[in-house]
Write a protein that binds this ligand. Structure first.
Ligand code: URA
Length: 232
């Protein structure tokens, strides 16, 4: 890897600025000052220091975010604020979410730059359950529990939805567990039964729950145990 790329990725400083910093002689490689941004280095093997401080190899990042209403699940959008803009760390545009939420939905979003890890979450093969709290316009009929288990035909689709669990909490409130992630799936499942979702909040993705200490718009790093809980 080029030295300037390594430094830029590890620090969040632009490559142009890294070139200036190197020109001033502030970077050393294996103990000797280096002025060459194109120098090839071996991350994890070579020792790189900036003003005497060791610069570690840039590793993957894993975060949970409490998505507020009004934000789109994307790193870039022409007309709405994005979830990535809530994350105040270098190169936040390189993070992608492991399963989107609609602009009006709230709750748990997992963000990472580790594509293999996020694939384990989003791939239907892993059947990772996602838990949603739902409010509806009309009372939820008790027959919906069996309908969710049997699978529903969504508008414009032929294949029935996979068996989903529905726990009715009160006439207009329920918990839904889904193991697939079709477009607007929860809303469309209730629509298939003639009802309408008025609020949708994701509480859990597989073994990872939204941290109750987080408020809407806040995020934190995942713990080592949370990262490891998503099995290959
Ligand atoms: N189902 C929906 O309808 N919307 C979401 O954001 C997630 C699941």
């Amino acid at each position: 890897m080029r030295l300037d790329k390594y430094l830029s990725q590890a620090t969040g400083i632009s490559r142009k600025e890294i070139h200036r910093i190197m020109h001033r002689g502030e970077v050393s490689l294996n103990g000797s000052e280096t002025l060459n941004p194109a120098q090839h280095i071996e991350p994890g093997v070579d020792s790189v220091c900036l003003n005497g401080e060791p610069i570690g190899a840039p590793g993957p990042r894993y975060l949970m975010l409490y998505k507020p209403e009004g934000y789109v699940s994307a790193s870039d959008d022409p007309s709405h604020p994005t979830i990535n803009s809530l994350v105040d760390i270098p190169r936040n545009d390189e993070l992608h979410c492991c399963g989107r939420l609609d602009i009006d939905a709230t709750g748990l979003i997992l963000l990472t730059d580790d594509g293999k890890w996020s694939h384990r979450i989003t791939s239907p093969r892993h059947k990772l359950p996602k838990r949603y709290r739902v409010e509806t316009a009309d009372p939820i009929d008790a027959s919906a529990v069996q309908a969710f288990l049997d699978g529903l035909k969504l508008h414009g689709e032929h294949k029935l939805t996979k068996p989903a669990e529905l726990d009715i909490l009160s006439p207009n409130e329920a918990i839904v567990y889904l193991t697939e992630g079709r477009y607007h799936q929860v809303k469309r499942m209730f629509a298939a039964l003639g009802n309408r979702v008025t609020a949708l909040h994701r509480e859990q993705i597989g073994p990872i729950s939204l941290d109750p200490a987080l408020s809407p718009g806040e995020y934190r790093e995942l713990t080592v145990a949370e990262i490891a809980s998503i099995k290959p």
